[in-house]
Design a protein around this ligand. Sequence first.
Ligand code: URA
Length: 277
Amino acid sequence: MPWSERQRSMLERMGLRVWARGAVAAPSQAMPPERQPAPLKVRPAPTSAPTPVPIRPAVSAVVPAPAPVVAVAASASAAGAVSTLDWPALQQVVAGCRACGLCESRTRTVFGVGHPQAHWLVVGEAPGAEEDRQGEPFVGAAGQLLDRMLAALDLSRADDGARPAARSVYIANTLKCRPPGNRNPTPDELARCEPYLARQIDLLQPRIVLAMGRFAVQSLLRSDEAIGKLRGRVHAYQGVPLVVTYHPAYLLRNPADKAKAWDDLCLAADLAERGPR
Ligand code: URA
């Protein structure tokens, strides 16, 4: 979507960088030195699938979540179990998942949405109340902000057959079920859900991953560092460039950081345009 002169001058007046497809500036022109993308191997991808766990069949009784060390020890078989599934099979397994206690309180699982070959993957935290009701990620206020930011780059989650993969975004969460009361995910829940996201990334083969918020970062980068420390440079997940940014729910509470999030999106857009798939 080309910017009109009016939009362009408005963005510039807001101090926001105007991103134009096909006019990808060299990093040194595009951003200040501390924001320049490092070579993609700056932060190597985790080599082993992180803490996968067995997926219990839907009929099994809910057992108390084991200590994380048990989850880690039991992980290989779960990763193996999902690592060959195609999209429909993966979606079916997620829909019946009873790998952790969240299955007891969810209304429905929230698998993900978007073009199955989208160049962009956006990863959030976990479904909230509205997502739990509708079965789609980011449909509340945070999602509306996310959609507006993506639309500013001519990107959309809409998978209507008309939109090319290059202008499409797939949106998924680290957790596929809502934690009651929107509490933070536990390490065990993150570990048990992780093989699903890993398989989604495998199937999607995105050009760029945008990790929003600390739980997406913990899952994908194995890092507890603050978002403010990780954003503004290029990481990688399994060889795919990954950009860290603030979660849109955080941006709703801290609108002053929207300009930084916009910079992060521009960096991600540059990388998506640049990289071979
Ligand atoms: N926040 C998230 O991280 N994911 C959603 O799906 C909704 C809100």
